[in-house]
Ligand binder design. Structure first.
Ligand code: GDP
Length: 300
């Protein structure tokens, strides 16, 4: 929690900064609620979700239940946690399925490759046999980067020459993983943004082809989103979810933004589980998403 706090805030919380001074005499009034509303919206919580939170708080103020700042923050904490409830489902690897196939998707630069590296390390540390598949066959650099993470973690990487059909790479990787008794296959994909319809068709095909090797694969469609992209990330989540049926989200670069609010927008609008959060570039900067720790870091 300490680490999360330090990383998320690097200073005062955007949510509670100087709030005490906005409450002359400690009385909770419309001014302080307006200020909270502005802060939530500015931090990408989203208008709809913010209104829902605020309307609850306003009712409590009207019923004179929130007599001071502590009571207000306690009510806010409860409300924020209830928004995050749908997002609080951890990823469970079914060991009876070999390989448990995780299709990792997201736009270029979101942190897909880094996330795959971090996941590989984490799973290996948990005693799982991991394999990576280099599905971004259009970018040689992406394949190399994945290979670096593979080497670093002593994990095999299935790659083919540039320009190969990504679905063929995924198919081969599924078969190789099956043959070698691999527990978890982490399949990287392309993420070029400017030709999005083609990208979605390509990813749908990759998904179908994985299913041809194992009827239920991929067992997780993991969407990687850059938290600093705010509402843009939410829009990406809608698109990927419509096309592929996302089953979990990794939110990266929470260290690089004061606006963790996108977490609430994702949970409340899309009801998608947030599996992990990234708070830096190295393998250790990666944690399971814990709503309580997250909210407490915001309210410190
Ligand atoms: P991809 O194009 O989606 O595969 O993205 P990459 O994995 O190559 O990541 C893009 C950049 O973001 C790289 O410089 C990463 O080191 C960096 N990055 C990834 N995750 C995080 C994170 O959680 N925090 C920070 N600060 N940087 C990150």
């Amino acid at each position: 929690l300490q680490r999360l706090r330090a990383k998320l805030n690097r200073g005062d919380s955007w949510l509670t900064y100087d709030l005490a001074n906005l409450i002359p005499g400690g009385k909770i009034d419309e001014n302080v609620l307006d200020e909270l509303e502005t802060r939530l919206i500015t931090a990408d919580v989203g208008v709809e979700t913010t209104e829902r939170i605020l309307s609850g708080l306003r009712k409590q103020v009207a019923r004179k239940e929130l007599g001071n700042l502590d009571a207000l923050l306690q009510a806010l904490r409860t409300s924020l946690l209830s928004v995050l409830k749908p997002a609080s489902v951890t990823l469970t690897i079914d060991r009876s399925i070999t390989p448990f196939a995780i299709l990792v998707v997201g736009v270029n630069g979101a942190g897909k490759t880094t996330t795959i590296g971090k996941l590989a390390r984490r799973m290996k540390d948990h005693g799982l046999k991991v394999m990576l598949s280099a599905g971004d066959t259009f970018r040689a650099a992406a394949v190399e980067q994945l290979q670096v993470w593979g080497d670093r973690n002593g994990v095999p990487v299935i790659a083919q020459s540039a320009g190969t059909d990504p679905a063929a790479v995924a198919f081969d990787a599924m078969q190789a993983a099956k043959a070698r008794g691999i527990d978890v296959l982490l399949a990287d994909t392309a993420g070029r943004l400017h030709t999005q319809s083609n990208l979605m068709e390509e990813l749908k095909k990759v998904k179908r082809v994985m299913g041809r090797v194992d009827g239920l694969a991929p067992h997780e469609v993991l969407l990687v989103l850059d938290a600093s992209q705010g509402q843009n990330a939410l829009q990406q989540a809608r698109l990927f979810n419509e096309a592929l049926g996302v089953t979990g989200v990794v939110l990266t670069k929470l260290d690089g933004t004061a606006k963790g609010g996108i977490v609430f927008a994702l949970a409340s609008e899309l009801k998608l589980p947030i599996r992990f959060i990234g708070t830096g570039e190295s393998a250790e900067d990666f944690d399971e998403f814990e709503p309580e720790a997250f909210v407490d870091a915001l309210l410190k």
